[in-house]
Design a protein around this ligand. Structure first.
Ligand SMILES: [Zn+2]
Ligand SMILES: [Zn+2]
Length: 161
């Protein structure tokens, strides 16, 4: 369901591991939840399996998207290497991971991680900080909206049977 280019996986092993772990935990919790639910309501095994596939899949999707987004805060934007959580600077290229300064040409020619000049002769202007948390929250809300939409569709499909 989540197609990742091999290149991305190789470049971000920690993010990939964290995402796999989150998906596995979500699936395990969903399996346990639907098993309890099925037994409590006395539903058939096939109903329970269907519930698990629906809600387990959605939970795994949400957990995967969220953990991948949160793990991206550990990646150096300049050289794309992963660093330890909360590192002040990139161990590979020395980029300041706390301030994460970015510079851009006012004409939109280039975005750089160091101050300097654009090829067009304009001085690069510093950009505002990247809102990592807001970006992650946006992704989470989108994932929840998808989950809600699929859940409503599943309910409608069940009601029409
Ligand atoms: Zn770096
Ligand atoms: Zn320029």
């Amino acid at each position: 369901m989540m197609r990742l280019p091999r290149r991305v996986v190789a470049a971000r092993p920690a993010a990939f591991r964290a995402t796999l772990m989150a998906v596995a935990v979500a699936l395990a919790v969903s399996a346990l939840g639907t098993a309890v639910f099925t037994v409590t309501l006395g539903e058939s095994v096939s109903d329970g399996l269907l519930n698990f596939l629906t809600f387990g899949g959605l939970a795994a999707l949400t957990a995967g998207v969220l953990s991948w987004e949160l793990a991206s805060s550990r990646v150096c934007p300049r050289c794309r290497r992963e660093g330890p959580r909360g590192a002040a600077g990139c161990a590979n290229c020395g980029y300041d991971l706390r301030s994460r300064r970015r510079f851009a040409c006012s004409e939109g020619h280039v975005v750089a991680y160091d101050p300097g000049m654009c090829d067009c002769g304009r001085r690069l202007l510093e950009l505002g900080p990247v809102p990592v948390l807001r970006h992650a929250m946006g992704t989470l809300l989108l994932a929840l909206a998808v989950v809600a939409a699929l859940g409503i569709a599943a309910l409608l499909a069940a009601a029409l049977q």
